[in-house]
Design a protein around this ligand. Structure first.
Ligand SMILES: Cc1cc2nc3c(=O)[nH]c(=O)nc-3n(C[C@H](O)[C@H](O)[C@H](O)COP(=O)(O)OP(=O)(O)OC[C@H]3O[C@@H](n4cnc5c(N)ncnc54)[C@H](O)[C@@H]3O)c2cc1C
Length: 119
């Protein structure tokens, strides 16, 4: 049996190669801060299936897969990426943000931004 770590980084590279659409963990659709990837795997799997149906039917999708996933899951991935890149490297900054985040008025909107569209 082979195992790999969860891709706890955000990639903005294309999730497609000729004839292949990468979904879920295989497409790096993981929230870099929470490690959550079930929702993004389901959503990107559904989007890829819809694209495949267009190919089978010979119809044109509204937008290609690489653009279609952005409105669906891009916002939370981007927020996690920003925290990972600019906040997490500094323990002081991270602890400060965490302390602020635990305050009632900002807790809800912050959790919503981080956990994403399905919050
Ligand atoms: C310990 C742990 C805790 C987690 N907790 C959470 C959580 O609380 N919330 C959350 O949102 N996410 C969590 N995640 C992340 C989440 O599990 C994954 O992001 C999600 O399961 C990804 O779904 P997926 O379909 O992309 O991949 P997977 O769920 O890994 O599915 C891939 C499937 O493909 C099969 N497969 C692999 N190779 C082949 C092959 N060659 N032929 C046929 N089949 C193959 C595998 O056996 C597997 O069944 C956690 C992950 C771990 C490891």
């Amino acid at each position: 049996m082979q195992t790999w770590p969860l891709p706890l980084w955000t990639s903005w590279r294309s999730r497609t190669v000729q004839g292949v659409m990468f979904v879920g963990d295989a497409g790096s659709f993981i929230n870099a801060i929470t490690g959550g990837g079930i929702y993004t795997a389901m959503v990107t799997g559904q989007l890829a299936a819809q694209q495949a149906l267009h190919v089978i039917d010979g119809t044109t999708p509204d937008q290609p897969y690489d653009m279609a996933w952005h409105p669906a899951v891009g916002k939370s991935l981007r927020t996690a990426h920003l925290i990972q890149r600019y906040v997490a490297p500094s323990a002081l900054l991270f602890d400060t943000v965490l302390a602020i985040a635990s305050l009632k008025p900002v807790r809800h909107p912050l959790l919503k931004a981080l956990s994403g569209e399905h919050y």
